[in-house]
Design a protein around this ligand. Structure first.
Ligand code: SAH
Length: 239
């Protein structure tokens, strides 16, 4: 059974950062008219489906942090989610945003300059390659993966970047049982043997959206030959 998270106090956090977030919304919707970055095109939906959904991670990361500042890496951050709302809400934490597509990474850099965010670095490379570079391998308290890939694939892409004791957080919809079962082998081979799930509800109209955050705890180092190349990860997921 998943633990149920209440997002009520995050609404106040959104309110506290409303000016920065409104500017982010403007930049996102303007860019969206040129390059299709998101299907979500009205500001209230952006607030709930992008901002509140991104900040939901704090309900899992804050208890884990126990007051320490965290170093997080967002894998496949697209137009900047969840990384940008989290970086705005937690200016003392440090974030690396990994996005393989150049135009999306460039958009994030523009936003970061404009909003004067000092705690995010954008890296326009592939996560599975960064995971073999010393500067990145097992350097992060948490990896974040929203709409990245099936969990078995996301686990291999992400967990080589997480330090033992750290967490992989994956954003999912309501029905995760099959996906979790399929990802068991990948999680364990990458060093993450403890999995918890957290349910939450986004107050979308007309019907609320039921969501799940999967939190995998890295208990062992990742073997040096993992992750593999993207072609192998995708066509032959770890079992
Ligand atoms: N996290 C964002 C975007 C999801 S779309 C959101 O929730 O809105 C997935 C993104 O991951 C795409 O932009 C794609 O370019 C990027 N991506 C996929 N595989 C990747 C990899 N191996 N390394 C880096 N980025 C990757």
């Amino acid at each position: 059974m998943s633990e149920l998270l209440s997002l009520d106090d995050l609404q106040a956090l959104l309110q506290r950062h409303s000016r920065t977030l409104e500017r982010l919304t403007e930049l996102l919707l303007a860019e969206n008219k040129i390059h299709n970055l998101t299907r979500i095109t009205d500001s209230e939906s952006v607030r709930i489906r992008h901002f509140l959904d991104s900040l939901a991670a704090l309900k899992v990361l804050e208890p884990f942090a126990e007051g320490r500042t965290l170093k997080c890496i967002d894998i496949g951050s697209g137009a900047g989610f969840p990384v940008l709302p989290l970086a705005i809400a937690r200016p003392n934490w440090r974030f690396v945003s990994v996005e393989a597509t150049g135009k999306k990474a460039a958009f994030q850099r523009k936003v970061i300059a404009e909003l004067e965010l000092k705690n995010v670095e954008v890296v326009a490379e592939r996560a599975e390659e960064l995971a073999h570079q010393k500067r990145f391998r097992e350097q992060f308290d948490a990896a974040l993966a929203r709409a990245l890939a099936d969990l078995s694939v996301a686990a291999e892409l992400s967990l080589g970047l997480v330090r033992p004791g750290g967490r992989l957080l994956a954003w999912k919809g309501p029905n995760i049982e099959d996906e979790l079962k399929r990802a068991q082998g990948a999680l364990i081979q990458m060093g993450a043997s403890e999995v918890k799930t957290f349910a939450y509800v986004l107050p979308t109209a007309p019907t609320p959206a039921h969501m799940t955050l999967i939190a995998a705890e890295k208990t062992h180092p990742t073997p040096p030959d993992l992750p593999r190349s993207f072609a192998q990860i995708k066509h032959n997921p770890l079992k």
